[in-house]
Design a protein. Structure first.
Length: 196
């Protein structure tokens, strides 16, 4: 990207993904129970919801063009957005709990699930959607859409939209109370844990 022009749609989305990854890293760097985790999780969740709204308005309508028959990357992406919004709602409900969310195991688990689901989703978008959009969209249009995306993000609500409540992604995080080796075997399903 030249220094004298604004980022186009895909460059802006990539930057947004990186900013959110940095927020998630900052969050992971705070010890469990630190009261700053709740505040930083709220900031990250707000930015994530605004980002999802802007993607749905600007990226996803053009992402269907040029997709091979049977490719369901767009539908999977939109389903991931609904699941992420459901996680954000759960996270906000946990944060509103009067017992103090920053020390809650439920809160910490929801934060971990949100981070895992969002970062995985970003990687899939960057690998499966962005190249096709770049190939099938004129550069001047992508540049104009980058400015529109920034305006949408600035104006978007940080609250997940009401509507049919989507199911949050399943909690596939391995229980921390298990020994390290057992967690790895369960997480990656290596087979019988008695083998050496």
């Amino acid at each position: 990207m030249a220094a004298d022009r604004e980022p186009d749609l895909l460059e802006q989305l990539t930057t947004d993904h990186e900013v959110l990854r940095v927020r998630f890293s900052e969050l992971a760097g705070l010890p469990l129970g630190d009261p700053r985790r709740c505040q930083l999780a709220a900031v990250a969740a707000d930015a994530l919801v605004r980002h999802l709204t802007a993607e749905e308005e600007h990226l996803y309508p053009i992402a269907r063009h040029g997709r091979p028959p049977g490719d369901d990357a767009v539908d999977q992406g939109l389903q991931a957005h609904a699941a992420l919004r459901a996680l954000v709602r759960e996270l906000r409900d946990a944060a509103a709990d009067s017992t103090g969310p920053s020390g809650s195991a439920e809160f910490d688990r929801l934060v971990a699930r949100m981070v895992e689901a969002a970062t995985g989703h970003f990687g899939l978008e960057e690998a499966r959607l962005f190249p096709t959009v770049r190939e099938h969209t004129a550069p001047v249009r992508l540049t104009a859409m980058g400015a529109q995306l920034r305006a949408t993000e600035a104006a978007a609500s940080a609250m997940p939209r009401p509507g049919p409540r989507a199911q949050a992604p399943p909690d596939e995080l391995v229980a921390p109370e298990l020994p390290w080796r057992e967690r790895m075997h369960r997480r990656f399903r290596f087979g019988d844990s008695s083998e050496d």
